[in-house]
Design a protein. Structure first.
Length: 185
């Protein structure tokens, strides 16, 4: 079974880039606007998609955040205005998905987060401080792990071949989980 490794450069969930092991740009996460609320864009690079014919789904996702409010649990510091949860739009689709829907919790206190893909299938992220693992009912589709202090990258994402069909949704929910952790949601 094929696996695809993407190296993450940049520890900020709101601004990072992902490259494959050959140095090809695969995805980028970057702020698109701050007026009046924060908008972040996740984009899949066309060149990377061309090298992986099983890649399907939208080539971008937009994170539209709600108004900023003082937070008491943000990594940015107590009282620092941080964005509230908003919604996601894939590509130029007109339908929006509430961010909370992409980070559902089944039991209070659980570190796992669930989402339903555009196909209607359910997936689960198992989240620990240094690792996130995405699975469907049968198998693991992706694993994200923080890099070691000696690595020249910040994290490593390994995607199984079956994950290429929803790779942008994998990247979107991974990014959403990282953003949620950073903002104390």
């Amino acid at each position: 079974m094929s696996e695809y490794v993407l190296l993450q450069y940049g520890a900020d969930a709101f601004n990072a880039r992902f490259q494959d092991l050959k140095g090809r740009a695969a995805f980028a996460v970057s702020p698109a606007s701050h007026n009046p609320n924060l908008i972040v864009k996740l984009s899949r690079e066309p060149g990377w998609s061309q090298h992986h014919p099983g890649t399907m789904g939208p080539d971008a996702a937009y994170f539209y955040f709600g108004p900023s409010r003082p937070s008491y649990s943000s990594v940015y510091g107590v009282g620092t205005p941080t964005p509230t949860s908003g919604f996601i739009v894939y590509g130029n689709n007109r339908h929006s998905i509430p961010m909370a829907h992409l980070r559902r919790q089944s039991k209070e206190g659980s570190q796992s987060r669930y989402f339903t893909a555009q196909s209607g299938r359910d997936y689960k992220w198992k989240i620990t401080p240094n690792r996130m693992e995405l699975a469907d009912r049968r198998s693991t589709l992706a694993v994200w792990e923080l890099g070691a202090p000696t690595d020249d990258f910040d994290a490593r994402l390994t995607i199984k071949h079956a994950g290429l069909a929803i790779v942008t949704e994998i990247m979107t929910t991974l990014t959403m989980n990282r953003m949620g952790e950073a903002l104390g949601w």
